[in-house]
Design a protein around this ligand. Structure first.
Ligand code: ATP
Ligand code: MG
Length: 251
Protein backbone atom coordinates (compact mmCIF):
# COMPACT_ATOMS: atom_id res chain seq x y z
CA UNK A 1 0.00 0.00 0.00
CA UNK A 2 1.48 3.34 -1.05
CA UNK A 3 1.15 6.37 1.23
CA UNK A 4 0.68 9.69 -0.56
CA UNK A 5 1.91 12.70 1.47
CA UNK A 6 1.32 16.28 0.29
CA UNK A 7 3.83 18.99 1.17
CA UNK A 8 1.88 22.24 1.39
CA UNK A 9 2.60 25.79 2.46
CA UNK A 10 0.71 29.05 2.63
CA UNK A 11 3.72 31.07 1.54
CA UNK A 12 6.24 30.42 -1.22
CA UNK A 13 9.94 29.74 -0.89
CA UNK A 14 9.77 28.07 2.52
CA UNK A 15 11.47 24.85 1.42
CA UNK A 16 8.75 22.51 0.08
CA UNK A 17 10.79 21.28 -2.89
CA UNK A 18 13.96 21.07 -0.81
CA UNK A 19 12.08 19.05 1.80
CA UNK A 20 10.44 16.79 -0.80
CA UNK A 21 13.86 15.94 -2.25
CA UNK A 22 15.66 15.44 1.05
CA UNK A 23 12.85 13.76 2.96
CA UNK A 24 12.48 11.40 -0.02
CA UNK A 25 16.19 10.71 0.11
CA UNK A 26 16.03 10.14 3.88
CA UNK A 27 13.12 7.70 3.54
CA UNK A 28 15.18 5.82 0.94
CA UNK A 29 18.11 5.83 3.36
CA UNK A 30 15.85 4.20 5.96
CA UNK A 31 14.82 1.50 3.48
CA UNK A 32 11.52 2.96 2.29
CA UNK A 33 11.12 3.30 -1.45
CA UNK A 34 9.91 6.84 -2.25
CA UNK A 35 8.89 8.70 -5.39
CA UNK A 36 8.77 12.52 -5.39
CA UNK A 37 6.25 14.07 -7.81
CA UNK A 38 6.47 17.67 -8.99
CA UNK A 39 2.85 18.79 -8.68
CA UNK A 40 3.86 22.45 -8.95
CA UNK A 41 2.66 22.58 -12.54
CA UNK A 42 2.98 26.31 -13.09
CA UNK A 43 6.46 26.61 -11.56
CA UNK A 44 7.94 23.12 -11.76
CA UNK A 45 11.47 23.10 -10.36
CA UNK A 46 12.09 19.60 -9.01
CA UNK A 47 13.86 18.69 -12.26
CA UNK A 48 15.73 21.99 -12.22
CA UNK A 49 17.01 21.32 -8.70
CA UNK A 50 18.09 17.79 -9.60
CA UNK A 51 19.84 18.79 -12.83
CA UNK A 52 17.27 17.70 -15.45
CA UNK A 53 15.08 20.72 -16.21
CA UNK A 54 13.69 19.14 -19.38
CA UNK A 55 12.81 15.46 -19.72
CA UNK A 56 11.00 13.72 -22.56
CA UNK A 57 8.06 12.53 -20.44
CA UNK A 58 6.79 14.49 -17.45
CA UNK A 59 3.68 14.83 -15.31
CA UNK A 60 2.00 17.11 -17.83
CA UNK A 61 2.16 14.35 -20.49
CA UNK A 62 0.54 12.05 -17.93
CA UNK A 63 -2.22 14.57 -17.12
CA UNK A 64 -2.81 14.92 -20.86
CA UNK A 65 -3.27 11.12 -21.05
CA UNK A 66 -0.33 10.73 -23.43
CA UNK A 67 1.64 8.46 -21.07
CA UNK A 68 0.98 6.40 -17.95
CA UNK A 69 2.67 7.86 -14.87
CA UNK A 70 4.93 4.80 -14.55
CA UNK A 71 6.55 5.96 -17.82
CA UNK A 72 7.42 9.35 -16.28
CA UNK A 73 9.50 8.04 -13.36
CA UNK A 74 13.21 8.94 -13.48
CA UNK A 75 16.01 7.72 -11.20
CA UNK A 76 18.42 10.34 -9.90
CA UNK A 77 22.03 9.13 -9.35
CA UNK A 78 21.41 9.43 -5.58
CA UNK A 79 18.82 6.67 -5.92
CA UNK A 80 15.82 8.97 -5.47
CA UNK A 81 13.00 8.39 -7.96
CA UNK A 82 11.11 11.41 -9.25
CA UNK A 83 8.30 12.37 -11.60
CA UNK A 84 9.24 15.82 -12.94
CA UNK A 85 6.72 18.40 -14.12
CA UNK A 86 6.94 21.26 -16.58
CA UNK A 87 3.87 23.02 -17.88
CA UNK A 88 4.51 25.36 -20.79
CA UNK A 89 2.86 28.74 -20.16
CA UNK A 90 0.67 28.42 -23.25
CA UNK A 91 -0.91 25.22 -21.80
CA UNK A 92 -1.59 26.73 -18.40
CA UNK A 93 -5.12 27.95 -19.02
CA UNK A 94 -6.43 25.18 -21.23
CA UNK A 95 -5.16 22.04 -19.54
CA UNK A 96 -8.13 19.92 -18.55
CA UNK A 97 -7.16 16.89 -16.48
CA UNK A 98 -8.14 14.29 -13.91
CA UNK A 99 -5.40 14.59 -11.28
CA UNK A 100 -6.58 11.68 -9.17
CA UNK A 101 -6.80 9.24 -12.09
CA UNK A 102 -3.31 10.21 -13.28
CA UNK A 103 -1.62 9.95 -9.87
CA UNK A 104 -3.44 6.77 -8.84
CA UNK A 105 -1.14 4.93 -11.27
CA UNK A 106 1.65 5.16 -8.66
CA UNK A 107 -0.34 3.16 -6.12
CA UNK A 108 1.47 -0.07 -5.34
CA UNK A 109 4.70 0.99 -7.09
CA UNK A 110 6.43 2.39 -3.99
CA UNK A 111 6.11 2.78 -0.21
CA UNK A 112 5.75 6.58 -0.24
CA UNK A 113 4.87 9.27 -2.74
CA UNK A 114 5.78 12.83 -1.75
CA UNK A 115 3.68 15.40 -3.59
CA UNK A 116 5.64 18.64 -3.94
CA UNK A 117 3.01 21.31 -4.37
CA UNK A 118 2.53 24.80 -5.71
CA UNK A 119 1.89 27.51 -3.15
CA UNK A 120 -1.44 28.96 -2.09
CA UNK A 121 -5.04 27.94 -2.38
CA UNK A 122 -5.71 27.45 -6.10
CA UNK A 123 -6.90 24.35 -8.05
CA UNK A 124 -3.33 23.09 -8.43
CA UNK A 125 -3.01 22.96 -4.64
CA UNK A 126 -6.53 21.72 -3.93
CA UNK A 127 -6.07 18.76 -6.29
CA UNK A 128 -2.98 17.72 -4.34
CA UNK A 129 -4.63 18.26 -0.96
CA UNK A 130 -7.74 16.25 -1.88
CA UNK A 131 -5.76 13.38 -3.38
CA UNK A 132 -3.19 12.97 -0.58
CA UNK A 133 -3.63 10.54 2.31
CA UNK A 134 -2.10 13.07 4.67
CA UNK A 135 -0.44 16.48 4.72
CA UNK A 136 2.85 17.88 5.96
CA UNK A 137 2.65 21.64 6.41
CA UNK A 138 5.96 23.28 5.57
CA UNK A 139 6.81 26.66 7.05
CA UNK A 140 9.75 28.74 8.08
CA UNK A 141 9.49 30.55 11.43
CA UNK A 142 8.53 33.94 9.97
CA UNK A 143 5.14 35.34 10.97
CA UNK A 144 3.87 35.66 7.38
CA UNK A 145 4.75 32.02 6.62
CA UNK A 146 3.18 30.73 9.82
CA UNK A 147 0.04 32.77 9.13
CA UNK A 148 -0.11 31.07 5.72
CA UNK A 149 0.40 27.70 7.43
CA UNK A 150 -2.66 28.33 9.66
CA UNK A 151 -4.75 28.86 6.51
CA UNK A 152 -3.51 25.57 5.05
CA UNK A 153 -4.41 23.83 8.32
CA UNK A 154 -7.93 25.31 8.15
CA UNK A 155 -8.31 24.16 4.55
CA UNK A 156 -7.24 20.63 5.53
CA UNK A 157 -9.79 20.63 8.35
CA UNK A 158 -12.53 21.73 5.95
CA UNK A 159 -11.59 18.85 3.64
CA UNK A 160 -11.26 16.39 6.57
CA UNK A 161 -7.67 15.78 5.54
CA UNK A 162 -5.34 14.44 8.24
CA UNK A 163 -2.36 16.68 9.00
CA UNK A 164 0.75 14.71 9.95
CA UNK A 165 2.40 17.81 11.38
CA UNK A 166 4.49 20.87 10.67
CA UNK A 167 8.01 20.79 9.24
CA UNK A 168 9.78 23.91 10.44
CA UNK A 169 12.44 24.92 7.93
CA UNK A 170 15.33 27.38 7.83
CA UNK A 171 15.48 27.93 11.57
CA UNK A 172 18.27 30.04 13.03
CA UNK A 173 19.54 30.49 16.57
CA UNK A 174 17.12 33.33 17.16
CA UNK A 175 13.72 33.54 15.57
CA UNK A 176 10.72 35.62 16.58
CA UNK A 177 8.24 32.78 17.06
CA UNK A 178 9.05 29.84 19.31
CA UNK A 179 8.11 26.29 18.36
CA UNK A 180 5.37 26.53 21.01
CA UNK A 181 4.02 29.74 19.42
CA UNK A 182 3.95 28.08 16.01
CA UNK A 183 2.23 24.92 17.27
CA UNK A 184 -0.40 27.05 19.03
CA UNK A 185 -1.03 29.21 15.97
CA UNK A 186 -1.31 26.32 13.51
CA UNK A 187 -2.88 23.88 15.98
CA UNK A 188 -0.60 20.97 15.07
CA UNK A 189 2.75 19.65 16.33
CA UNK A 190 6.12 20.37 14.79
CA UNK A 191 7.35 16.93 13.65
CA UNK A 192 10.68 18.08 12.28
CA UNK A 193 13.00 21.08 12.36
CA UNK A 194 15.54 21.77 9.62
CA UNK A 195 18.01 24.56 10.45
CA UNK A 196 19.31 27.04 7.92
CA UNK A 197 22.33 25.20 6.55
CA UNK A 198 24.56 26.26 3.68
CA UNK A 199 24.97 22.58 2.72
CA UNK A 200 21.40 22.71 1.38
CA UNK A 201 22.27 25.51 -1.05
CA UNK A 202 25.53 23.79 -2.02
CA UNK A 203 23.80 20.44 -2.61
CA UNK A 204 21.43 22.16 -5.06
CA UNK A 205 24.38 23.68 -6.91
CA UNK A 206 25.61 20.08 -7.23
CA UNK A 207 22.09 19.08 -8.35
CA UNK A 208 21.81 16.48 -5.64
CA UNK A 209 20.36 15.78 -2.23
CA UNK A 210 22.05 17.03 0.92
CA UNK A 211 22.14 13.45 2.20
CA UNK A 212 24.21 12.44 -0.81
CA UNK A 213 26.57 15.42 -1.00
CA UNK A 214 26.93 16.39 2.67
CA UNK A 215 25.80 13.33 4.64
CA UNK A 216 27.18 14.61 7.95
CA UNK A 217 25.66 18.09 7.69
CA UNK A 218 23.08 19.25 10.21
CA UNK A 219 20.39 19.41 7.50
CA UNK A 220 21.13 15.86 6.39
CA UNK A 221 20.83 14.55 9.96
CA UNK A 222 17.64 16.55 10.57
CA UNK A 223 16.01 15.17 7.42
CA UNK A 224 16.88 11.65 8.60
CA UNK A 225 15.33 12.46 11.98
CA UNK A 226 12.19 13.75 10.27
CA UNK A 227 11.93 10.60 8.13
CA UNK A 228 12.43 8.43 11.22
CA UNK A 229 9.74 10.24 13.14
CA UNK A 230 7.32 9.75 10.23
CA UNK A 231 8.10 6.02 10.41
CA UNK A 232 7.62 6.02 14.18
CA UNK A 233 11.29 5.27 14.78
CA UNK A 234 14.05 7.00 16.73
CA UNK A 235 17.02 8.09 14.67
CA UNK A 236 20.50 8.29 16.07
CA UNK A 237 23.47 9.30 13.93
CA UNK A 238 25.77 7.89 16.57
CA UNK A 239 27.15 11.28 17.64
CA UNK A 240 25.72 10.86 21.15
CA UNK A 241 27.66 7.60 21.52
CA UNK A 242 30.82 9.14 20.06
CA UNK A 243 30.55 12.12 22.41
CA UNK A 244 30.06 9.74 25.33
CA UNK A 245 33.08 7.68 24.22
CA UNK A 246 35.35 10.74 23.97
CA UNK A 247 34.16 12.25 27.23
CA UNK A 248 35.00 8.95 28.93
CA UNK A 249 38.43 8.85 27.23
CA UNK A 250 39.42 12.36 28.32
CA UNK A 251 38.20 12.13 31.92
N1 ATP B 1 17.44 24.38 5.44
C1 ATP B 1 17.80 25.25 4.49
N2 ATP B 1 18.96 25.92 4.60
C2 ATP B 1 19.34 26.81 3.65
N3 ATP B 1 18.62 27.09 2.55
C3 ATP B 1 17.44 26.44 2.38
C4 ATP B 1 16.96 25.49 3.34
N4 ATP B 1 15.77 25.02 2.89
C5 ATP B 1 15.53 25.65 1.73
N5 ATP B 1 16.52 26.50 1.42
C6 ATP B 1 16.62 27.37 0.23
O1 ATP B 1 15.43 28.15 0.16
C7 ATP B 1 15.09 28.39 -1.19
C8 ATP B 1 13.64 28.03 -1.40
O2 ATP B 1 13.51 26.63 -1.20
P1 ATP B 1 12.45 25.77 -2.04
O3 ATP B 1 12.56 26.04 -3.50
O4 ATP B 1 12.59 24.37 -1.59
O5 ATP B 1 11.08 26.40 -1.50
P2 ATP B 1 9.60 26.11 -2.02
O6 ATP B 1 8.71 26.20 -0.84
O7 ATP B 1 9.58 24.85 -2.78
O8 ATP B 1 9.38 27.35 -3.00
P3 ATP B 1 8.15 27.55 -4.03
O9 ATP B 1 6.99 27.98 -3.18
O10 ATP B 1 8.64 28.62 -4.93
O11 ATP B 1 7.92 26.25 -4.71
C9 ATP B 1 16.06 27.58 -2.04
O12 ATP B 1 17.06 28.45 -2.53
C10 ATP B 1 16.66 26.58 -1.07
O13 ATP B 1 18.00 26.25 -1.39
MG1 MG C 1 8.89 24.46 -4.75
Amino acid sequence: MTKFIALLSGKGGVGKTTTAINLGSALNFLGKDTIVVDCNLSMANLGVYLGSPVVSTNLVHVLKNIYHISEAIYSHPSGLRVVPGNLPLEDLKDLDYDFEKSLEGLNGLTDFVLLDSAVGFNKEVLDVLKFADEVLIITDPNLASVTGATKIAKLCDEENKPIRGIVLTRTKDNFDLTIGNIENMVGHPVVGTIPEDDSVRRSLIEHSTVLETYPDSVASICYKQLASSLLGRNYSDGTENKRFFFSKMFK
